[in-house]
Design a protein around this ligand. Sequence first.
Ligand SMILES: Nc1ncnc2c1ncn2[C@@H]1O[C@H](COP(=O)(O)OP(=O)(O)O)[C@@H](O)[C@H]1O
Ligand SMILES: [Mg+2]
Length: 363
Amino acid sequence: MLMKVRPSSTCAKTGTIALQNLQKSYGGLTAVDDVSLSIPAGEFVSLLGPSGSGKTTTLMMMAGFEAPDSGRILLDEKDITRQPPHRRELGVIFQSYALFPHMTVAENVAYSLRMRSVARAELEERVGRALDQVQLSALASRYPHQMSGGQQQRVAIARALVFDPPVLLLDEPLGALDRKLRHHLRNEIKSLHKEVGKTMVYVTHDQDEALAMSDRIAVMHEGRIRQFSAPQDVYRRPADLFVASFVGEVNLIKASLKSGIAYGPAGERLPAGPWTGVDSDATLCVRPEHLHLKIDGAGTSDGIQGRIVDATFVGDATVFEFRSDAGLQLTSKVLNIAPEAMLGIGVSCVASWGASEATILTE
Ligand SMILES: Nc1ncnc2c1ncn2[C@@H]1O[C@H](COP(=O)(O)OP(=O)(O)O)[C@@H](O)[C@H]1O
Ligand SMILES: [Mg+2]
């Protein structure tokens, strides 16, 4: 769907957002703590974090429904911090669609244009275009209760698009849908983004969604942004322990580094990694798909000796629990097309990682 979008206008790209030191407390609780973020026009940025990390509050301040205690919000370099929501020209889409039940799809989409006394011909033109963009033209005269959750959410998106705002703000828009539909709509929102080229700020607690959709992800925790990077960097080079463990599965190994060599909790020597020149205690971070298991004698000198203590079939892969002779427990994920996926519980083997596949988090 979403293929019939008209090319966006040729004027200079608008929709640059800058958040500067935003602060917001409720009573004694700091919901958003010194958040700064620069979003170039046309980027798809996710705010990713667990429940309560301040994502919605940040988005609501951008939309103008919450006022920051301090800090500034700029849209295309203009300070909009004190502007009321309807003056900001931002499209907002919530998890609950909040459609008017007694109005048809077309009337729902037209509602706010009507409030602004947009002339009839123009109104029809714009409603038609917005419904076209989400491929709902055929359902324009239906009522919300006659539509599926996914269709209702598309109406909500059309309602935001009808103003042609340079920025769309979306707060967990797929949260109420089942997994399969989420996946489908995720792709639709992504292709809508490609086609309309608007800046999109997308709130989610779902790391897979954020990794799949975003140009960049702002990972939030306790009101703060812990990392703002491309999905690949968030995954491969997490900025800290929180990001490493929130995004994807991870082995975290307490190690001490001396002269470029890492030693495990029992003083055992660990495989090489990118920590030459570091002489301190650190946490090593190795993704399960990077922990390679080899049967004894397969020529792995730079590895950890141990055995497999558990194996779980997860469809495309098998997840192994490995315990070293020194007692270090690690997880390895092996695609079932690889011969190592046949390893069984009790088998002794050597675990290792490629030197560039591990990362180091100093404390
Ligand atoms: N209107 C409010 N009154 C009091 N506390 C609030 C209000 N809105 C949010 N909070 C609190 O602020 C924190 C951040 O909330 P929120 O931004 O909704 O997080 P998220 O969207 O990441 O789940 C939470 O601890 C939440 O309970
Ligand atoms: Mg929220």
